[in-house]
Design a protein around this ligand. Structure first.
Ligand code: GRF
Length: 230
């Protein structure tokens, strides 16, 4: 059974597209049942149209329809259920989810963040890291908990920063890695290979470890290593 996925996005949608393409190519055993977008005119909408993926646009600024944040999240839950999805991938969704949303899909909401969490949560993760002067930047795919950009980590990719780098060059390199680690994390879930260990089940491992064929990656470190096709 493929993973029945809903993607929620607010922006350009390059991660949405990367997930869709890995599914189309057969590397990711998932079907994107619906894209939910909260910003009229966002680039991700045109990408969904081009890919033939149903898109539901819910404008969170329409307070006549959604007087409270919980009303908006309830509308998202309804749209997702109506389309038959029960796993959620946040891909550049620039709002906090309410507890009501998270309890509708317990333990089934993922996010990608352009920094090595738990450092530099928030909407400016990459810029904040560079501004701080970190020497290693990166991206994280994690399960979503109520607090901003928090929750058990599934996979991280890290890159060294050199003196010639700019926010633009780092952002581009991180984006390219995001397009690989997000579909990979979803595929580990689709194939039932995630296990939770440690105190409060917060430590994620991939089983069986022996089948993880790590590859040398020039210029970056990805852990756990990506498999063939990602
Ligand atoms: C990504 O950098 C992701 O880490 C962050 O928002 C950005 C979305 O980019 N959460 P895109 O819209 O997928 O191109």
């Amino acid at each position: 059974m493929p993973l029945n996925l809903a993607v929620i996005a607010s922006g350009d949608g390059s991660n949405f597209q990367a997930i869709a393409e890995k599914a189309r190519a057969g590397f990711l055993d998932a079907a994107i049942r619906v894209l939910v977008c909260n910003r009229p005119g966002a680039g991700v909408i045109a990408r969904a149209e081009a890919l033939g993926i149903p898109c539901v646009l819910l404008d969170h600024e329409d307070t006549s329809l959604y007087p409270r944040r919980a009303d908006f999240d309830r509308a998202m839950v309804d749209a997702i259920r109506q389309h038959g999805a029960d796993w959620i991938a946040l891909a550049g969704y620039m709002r906090l989810l309410t507890p009501e949303f998270l309890t509708a899909f317990p333990g089934r909401v993922l996010n990608i963040h352009p920094a090595l969490l738990p450092s530099f949560p928030g909407v400016r993760g990459c810029a904040d890291a560079l501004g701080y002067g970190v020497k290693i930047a990166g991206a994280t795919v994690h399960f979503v908990e109520e607090k901003t950009d928090s929750g058990p980590v599934i996979i991280q990719a890290a890159i060294p920063i050199s003196s010639g780098d700019t926010l633009n060059s780092i952002t581009q390199r991180i984006h390219a890695l995001e397009h690989r680690i997000y579909p990979q994390a979803l595929q580990w879930i689709a194939s039932g290979r995630l296990a939770r260990l440690g105190e409060n089940d917060r430590v994620i491992t991939i089983r069986p470890d022996a089948q993880l064929r790590g590859r040398e990656e020039p210029g970056c470190l990805i852990s756990p290593p990506l498999e063939q096709g990602f």
